[in-house]
Design a binder for this molecule. Structure first.
Ligand code: HXC
Length: 278
């Protein structure tokens, strides 16, 4: 999923840093893991699926960069705490946490099961809190750190069939602002990124609406339809890539992000502003 090894950031920018990326084995998370490793960080890639993290780590290590794998379900607070303690013990520090793990699917709210609601809210919102809370003592103890969470733009307006994910991501935005203020004295910067449409396999799967719903199917469309949407629906004229999001993560993780906290950065080629997110 790497677009180019050339980076706009200077080589060695994150040398000596340790970054933990949840959901870092595929899609946008993989793009983030790859760029942070390219810039010199040791990246701990975490996911529920061992295959995905192992493959991602192998790719990074094959390029002479540094990464390791952990299996982790962000819904399990005790497991998160244990994994974070193990990383801190093994590597001595955690400079960057990227809360990227997410679950999502289109489903009518009228019939959404309690467990389906719980699954998405627990991954997206509880998972972000569990991981942030777990790294807090490590970051506070070392004099600071950067937490960067993944939000979305769909909750800026109504987005049918996605009550669970939009409610959870609105919670992520609130958490970002609150923890930014609460943890600023410890020099922990807390920011979020709201990505626009990035056609990774996971997003395509999650964003295939039921046929009868009337919700536009942006991702499963034929190639020429996707090209047309990029031309007409995204002001900057192209679909996003994992590297677009990774670049913002790298900026926030770098010294350039030193005076930034509590901010939510929309990185979407202007899409939601021009369409209200549709
Ligand atoms: C209705 C569904 C469903 C669907 C699952 N469920 N899929 N209900 N429609 N399509 C219900 C199940 O029936 C079950 O409820 C409950 O959800 C939990 O399902 P499980 O499969 O048992 O859970 P689990 O294995 O933990 O899987 C979690 C998941 C899954 C969220 C359901 O989709 C997942 O792991 N996703 C991770 C990957 C992912 O979604 N990535 C895309 C993120 S894209 P019952 O009642 O039957 O027990 C994204 C992009 C944002 O976030 C930006 C956009 C611009």
């Amino acid at each position: 999923m790497i677009e180019s090894l050339a980076s706009v950031f200077r080589p060695g920018l994150l040398n000596g840093q340790v970054a933990l990326v949840t959901g870092g084995g595929t899609g946008i998370g993989l793009g983030i893991s790859e760029l942070l490793a390219e810039l010199g960080a040791h990246v701990v890639i975490a996911s529920r699926k061992a295959d995905n993290v192992e493959r991602a780590v192998q790719g990074i290590v094959a390029r002479g960069q540094s990464a390791s794998a952990v299996t982790l379900d962000v819904r399990n607070a005790d497991q998160v705490k244990q994994v974070v303690q193990d990383i801190a013990q093994r590597l001595g520090r955690i400079d960057v946490l990227v809360n990227n793990a997410a679950g999502n699917f289109y489903a009518p709210s009228a019939t959404l099961s309690p467990n389906a609601w719980k699954s998405v809210v627990e991954i997206d919102l509880y998972g972000t809190f569990h991981c942030s809370q777990a790294v807090y003592p490590v970051m506070a103890g070392q004099g600071g750190g950067r937490i960067i969470s993944t939000s979305m733009t769909l909750h800026y307006r109504g987005w049918p069939l996605m009550a669970h994910a939009t409610a959870a991501k609105a919670g992520v935005d609130a958490l970002t602002r609150t923890l930014a203020v609460e943890w600023a004295p410890e020099r922990i910067r807390m920011n979020a990124i709201a990505p626009g449409p990035i056609p990774t396999e996971g997003v395509k799967k999650a964003f295939t609406p039921p046929a009868e719903s009337g919700v536009p199917d942006l991702f499963a469309a034929a190639e020429e339809k996707m090209a047309e949407y990029a031309r007409t629906g995204i002001p900057l004229g192209r679909w996003g890539t994992p590297r677009d999001i990774a670049n913002m993560v790298a900026f926030l993780a770098s010294p350039a992000g030193d005076w930034i906290t509590g901010a939510i950065f929309v990185v979407d080629g202007g899409e939601w502003l021009s369409k209200g997110g549709r």
